[in-house]
Write a protein that binds this ligand. Sequence first.
Ligand code: SF4
Ligand code: SF4
Length: 243
Amino acid sequence: MKQKIRKGILTYSALLFPLTFFFMSPYVIIMSAADGIINGSALFFGSLLLFSIIGSRLFCGWLCPGGAIQEQAARSNNKAWNSLWKNRSKYIIWFLWLAFVVFLWMSNRPLAVNFFNMYGLDSHILIIYMAVVTLIYVFALVTGKRGMCHSLCWMAPFMIIGEKCADFLHIPRFRLKAETQNCISCGRCNKQCPMSLDVATMVQTSQMDSNECINCLECVDVCPKQVIGFGIKPKVAPTISSK
Ligand code: SF4
Ligand code: SF4
């Protein structure tokens, strides 16, 4: 049932994408910054960081229209992408992009806030919209399950930073938990995970936190032994075994 609701929300989010894409656009934020404007996407990215302090990456698993497009692409290519750099490149892209935005803000002070700056569906924006949707779909089609989340997403680092802040400050946040002793190593969780994580090993080593986990709860629902649960919890320090 949870997955039907999740997929329903994702589909609706994808349908609304022509209206919401301005607030997730890495391009509109640059164009706005060049005019000395803090726009809707800047405020949205900041909100994602704040939300993730408690909500981790629930946005990615349950609300992101880009995630919805990629889960459609996974119907054609459901393989895991095993590139060495797949989880690293997004940080480089994110850092360079954000540094450029901050540079533009610093160069164009005083700044103004305009949530709806550039908002509108003219032909110029429609072409960019189509290019973004095509990029997300084709990239996931070529690389495999949620390839763009792993490698290109400019929003994921904001949420990963939010998660790290929560853990550093011992703030409880949404996370998975496991009853390791009940696992029968059937591997269904690995097969089902849209982020291609080795969930079975995460369970068997009691290391349920992963930067790449999008909190979709597919592994929770597919497990025949109800090994995996979830909740809002603080980070548990690893136990040091005595010899
Ligand atoms: S580990 Fe579970 S909750 Fe996390 S992305 Fe994979 S299936 Fe979703
Ligand atoms: S689906 Fe459940 S029982 Fe099977 S490997 Fe994963 S955690 Fe273990």
